[in-house]
Design a protein around this ligand. Structure first.
Ligand SMILES: Cc1cc2nc3c(=O)[nH]c(=O)nc-3n(C[C@H](O)[C@H](O)[C@H](O)COP(=O)(O)OP(=O)(O)OC[C@H]3O[C@@H](n4cnc5c(N)ncnc54)[C@H](O)[C@@H]3O)c2cc1C
Length: 409
């Protein structure tokens, strides 16, 4: 079998390396850092078995007004960044209308359905079972109106996709989550989701598994990628690495590299922040405080509060207003304790305007493969789309799901 280079050792790249290796390829996994230190480190850690429909742009006038007037903590935006994001933002808007969103959900739900069963063998083989809980997560509501709307939406997801969900009354929520010190209106408990107490650690465990199975981890700069005769070459710290196939799995950095090869990737990067707190009574499961758009996840090093989306230039200075707001409001719910870090973490969700990841061959360059754009659910979907990608590298055709994810811009 051919040699392959995978560029990027986040969840998506590590899973790509494992899936290719499982099919007999000799794989070199290249990153400029240790595996799992970027977006795949900083997320809320949920393997979202309930996320059958991708996040559309809200279209209700009330929601749009709240975003425009900065009256919601779910979305924040930098005015200066909007002109540069106009193309992917308008395309995202167009894909958020019901007919297109339904079409995307048909594809997305097929991926999501496979997610936990694609993680399971990797968790077991990597010995990372202690990093993963299979108890689901909760989405909590402070207002009766929002709770009623959410119950209707949950009913739709249960009917349409068979998603496992329990509706928790205020009493049930307080009884099931002793760390909660304020009564809330209620919550949805998504029972089939899994969560990790160390998302970066889980990626690192998968990368160790790849190495134990004979794969090579290398440090190097993906931006050095170039054609070298019939092969692809990238400069590793220990010298050049060459292979017939190269997979671009650079998450939010993928467009930078691909622009050099003439592929204009209209990625919408939605920033998110997190910080940990030395909570004394740990949460039993992750809990999303829907009013602040913050997900509170019990991590090994403390309670992680992760924020909603910020639209900003990729290199703009951090503006962690959403985190500051969430921190104040979440402190009403739990005894947070002192922050662990002096400064919040900042990362970018690599979102495609049609809400679907890009998985498949580069249209004009033999041996160049794309695997990025997993948006809000890359931690969930990495192993699933990796299996689709590896099948294509081996020349398998005919899976309609894979065809829907081919490069299309
Ligand atoms: C706040 C927040 C919360 C989230 N919560 C969830 C969640 O609960 N569940 C979920 O499923 N998803 C969640 N996500 C989304 C998820 O984290 C991402 O979709 C996923 O991590 C993307 O993985 P990736 O491997 O594509 O990218 P990354 O993890 O960013 O990996 C890209 C890799 O490329 C490397 N790289 C970049 N440039 C170079 C270069 N020039 N040379 C070499 N290497 C390079 C980086 O070092 C990095 O290791 C969340 C995201 C955020 C920001």
């Amino acid at each position: 079998m051919s040699e392959a280079i995978v560029l990027g050792a986040g969840m998506v790249g590590v899973a790509s390396a494992l899936a290719l290796q499982a099919r007999g390829h000799q794989v070199v996994l290249v990153d400029r850092r240790e595996p799992g230190r970027e977006t795949s480190y900083g997320n809320a850690g949920i393997i979202q078995a309930e996320a059958m429909e991708p996040y559309a742009m809200p279209l209700g006038l009330g929601d749009l007004f709240a975003i425009a007037a900065r009256r919601t903590n779910n979305v924040h935006w930098h005015l200066a960044a909007l002109p540069g994001m106009a193309r992917p933002l308008l395309a995202y808007l167009a894909h958020s209308f019901p007919a297109r969103h339904r079409a995307a959900s048909v594809i997305y739900s097929q991926l999501i359905r496979r997610a936990t069963s694609d993680h399971a063998p990797l968790i077991e083989a990597s010995g990372a079972g202690d990093l993963v809980s299979r108890d689901g997560f909760r989405q909590a509501y402070r207002s009766a109106r929002r709770m009623d709307e959410a119950v209707k939406e949950a009913e739709h997801l249960r009917r349409e996709y068979g998603v496992g969900v329990r509706v928790l009354t205020s009493d049930m929520l307080s009884a099931e989550e002793p760390a909660l010190r304020k009564r809330l209106e209620g919550a949805l408990h998504w029972t089939e989701a899994w969560s990790s107490s160390d998302p970066g650690g889980l990626v690192a465990a998968y990368a160790d598994l790849f190495a134990r199975r004979g794969g090579t981890l290398a440090t190097g700069d993906a931006m050095s990628l170039a054609r070298h005769g019939a092969a692809w070459r990238v400069m590793g710290d220990a010298g050049p690495i060459e292979a017939e196939n190269v997979v671009v799995a650079l998450g939010p950095w993928s467009p930078q590299l691909l622009a050099r090869f003439g592929y204009p990737v209209p990625m919408l990067r939605k920033r998110g922040y997190h910080r940990h707190y030395r909570q004394t009574t740990p949460l039993r499961q992750p809990l999303m405080d829907t009013e602040t758009g913050a997900v509170c996840s019990p991590m090994r090093i403390g309670l992680r509060i992760a924020t909603g989306a910020e639209l900003a230039a990729f290199d703009a200075a951090p503006t962690p207003r959403q985190l500051a707001f969430a921190e104040r409001r979440v402190a009403e719910l739990f005894d947070l304790g002192e922050p662990v870090e002096a400064e919040p973490w900042l990362g970018n969700r690599p979102c495609m305007p049609d809400m679907l990841p890009v998985v498949g061959r580069a249209p004009r360059d033999a041996g160049l493969w794309f695997h990025f754009g997993h948006g809000h659910q890359g931690f969930t979907l990495g192993p699933t789309t990796a299996n689709l990608l590896a099948a294509q590298v081996d020349g398998e055709r005919g899976e309609p799901l894979a065809e829907s994810l081919a490069y299309r811009f």
